[in-house]
Design a protein. Structure first.
Length: 211
């Protein structure tokens, strides 16, 4: 770095010097001397560009020429502009070294004090339902299911009538074959008996004994 005057060797005193940014640019800037440790820290913050510059300097030393500038992706400048101190200070600014992020501030957990009761929680879990509440819930479910069954029976009657009407229009007589009709009647009878047996459980014990 010092050989190509991109950084100052660790000798001499602090000073200021004027450096041309490019051979065809008359603008000058005053820079403060930067030591090698500061330069390496700044390059470590932009590693891709730093690696590209080091490779370009190695090639330049072999070819006996000055190194060219490199972009943030490590590619050499297509215009062939040379790397000088002014460009280097812009590409690797002073004070851009890597710093460890500060850990997030967290509030310490409260330590329980001996002899001091712990604070009760703001919300308590709801108590389990009582047997009366469970019984009322189940009874509401029975009423709901019976209402659904009643609606399904109405729908069943409507579908039977619709099937009979369409069958008559199609010249189908009878609508259902004998074995199919028998199977439907047996299935319906079993459902009715099951319903009666289930609903009998709602009668009071005294009424069941009288029966």
């Amino acid at each position: 770095m010092a050989a190509f005057k991109l950084a100052d060797a660790d000798r001499g005193s602090m000073g200021a010097q004027a450096n041309r940014r490019a051979e065809d640019e008359p603008a000058t800037s005053v820079r403060i001397r930067r030591g090698i440790p500061d330069v390496l820290t700044a390059m470590n913050a932009r590693r891709t560009q730093a690696v590209g510059l080091l490779r370009e300097m190695a090639v330049a030393m072999e070819e006996g020429r000055a190194p060219q500038r490199v972009d943030a992706f490590g590619n050499t400048d297509p215009t062939g502009m040379l790397a000088d101190q002014a460009w280097f200070d812009d590409a690797f600014p002073k004070g851009t070294g890597l710093r460890l992020p500060k850990p997030p501030q967290t509030m310490p957990a409260p330590t329980p004090t001996k002899g001091r009761p712990l604070q009760s929680p703001l919300f308590r879990a709801a108590p389990p339902p009582s047997d009366r509440e469970l019984a009322d819930t189940k009874k509401a479910g029975v009423r709901y299911l019976l209402n659904q069954i009643e609606q399904h029976v109405r729908d069943l009657a409507t579908r039977i009538d619709d099937a009979r009407s369409h069958a008559a229009a199609a010249g189908m007589n009878p609508t259902w074959e004998t074995n199919e009709s028998e199977r439907l009647n047996v299935q319906a009878g079993n459902i009715i008996e099951s319903l009666k047996h289930a609903v009998d459980g709602t009668r009071p014990p005294d009424e069941e004994r009288r029966r």
